[in-house]
Design a protein around this ligand. Sequence first.
Ligand code: ATP
Length: 470
Amino acid sequence: MTELTVETSASATPPEVKPEEETGVSAPEIAVAAEPSASDLVKSTFEVHVTLADQQQDPNSPLYSAKTFEELGLHGDLLKGIYDMGFTKPSKIQERALPLLLKDPPQNMIGQSQSGTGKTAAFVLTMLSRVDFSLNKPQAICLAPSRELARQIMSVVVAMGKFTPVQTEYAIRDNLPKDAKNITAHIVVGTPGTMTDLIRRRVIDTSSIKVFVLDEADNMLDQDGLGDQTLRVKNMLPRKPDMQIVLFSATFPDNVRAFANKIAPNANKIELKRNELSVESIRQFYMDCKSEEHKYDVLVSLYQLLTIGQSIIFCQHRSTADRISQRMTAEGHKVASLHGAKDATERDAIIDRFREGREKVLITTNVIARGIDIQQVNMVVNYDLPLLNERGERGARVSKDDQRPDIETYIHRIGRTGRFGRKGISINFVHDKRTWDQMQQIEAATGRHITRVETNDLDAMEEQLKKAMK
Ligand SMILES: Nc1ncnc2c1ncn2[C@@H]1O[C@H](COP(=O)(O)OP(=O)(O)OP(=O)(O)O)[C@@H](O)[C@H]1O
């Protein structure tokens, strides 16, 4: 391996790995308490349960925990990429997941960790370290639920693989010419519909694929949403024993977990406790609005606060996102709006401008509720709470009478702030008994308190929220 001289500012005191008392799960399992580290931005404490596929092995063994990137046996070019990105030591999830992901023979992984804790680097490193760069064929496929997230994942592949000869290609809509032939890139990142299309048309030859990654896996396997297409991709991959299937998300609701176990059999598992699904560094608030119309006035009164850092406003429908962004723009406020009805080029331009900080306020739908990592976002507003329809489906139209909040989407939405230990605030707008009840259900399910913010006294409101942002 190439020798590296690495400057690190970290004086990491590795947290102790503590054996867990009886957990009630048949396979070996431990709890790892993540302790605050002065040199690290990850200050939250949370527990993960590690369950090894091989029940003869001890998950408590140092073999399954890496306090440094060096001890993972990565190629020097990859280590260089990691340090070039400014990472000095593995985050909690990386510490636990990477030894399992990189082990030979390859094993499947179902990994859960809170939003903004570094799951992407874990699966990107897995793909990069398994690819044979001398073979010009696709060897790793990664699927994500939106083009925005696929593009972001690709930027991590490119940054981390900067010192390697890795070649990459997108499988996202309107990216390749219609007559594109035979992709020779090593790693292909995309959305399930376009990936299916490219494999079917034999533009992607899957015979050498050895790593299959699903980011936001619960969403990708959601049988009412992307599940069918994801399954189609999976079924077109070669059936070989060393195929590594890697599923990651911050949420794995019970109904998806069973399906995940089928898709990734005999997987090593890292799981979060049910009431530790969202990070502590996100302070959650709500505002009592008098009516649907009053929600707009309250949003406008927040404008100064929204632009202190950057903020994302989530609406249930594209039409609402368009309506409020047009109205705010007409009234002289600078806001951008992004949703799935816009064309690909426009979507790319909008998210890129927001990423560069050229737009401060982004009004959007669930399309970017998951995965998007923009560290300057310190505020998320749920203009509408995320809802499921009466059949428990997300993404489909929800009528006024539907009652159930979409807890998973809520957790992902607020996770757009408070990235990697940074502070962030989220504000829910409630305006009647129905939305109040929905918020109560969210509070109960996530186990995190949601504090009321004064809407009548603007100065008091600003003071309260500014304090929480510091
Ligand atoms: N070891 C590390 N050291 C420093 N920063 C890191 C490290 N690992 C990841 N990060 C940074 O942490 C941020 C969040 O990481 P990432 O986007 O992978 O989170 P995630 O767990 O996938 O979140 P989500 O569930 O929202 O998708 C990124 O900006 C990433 O660059």
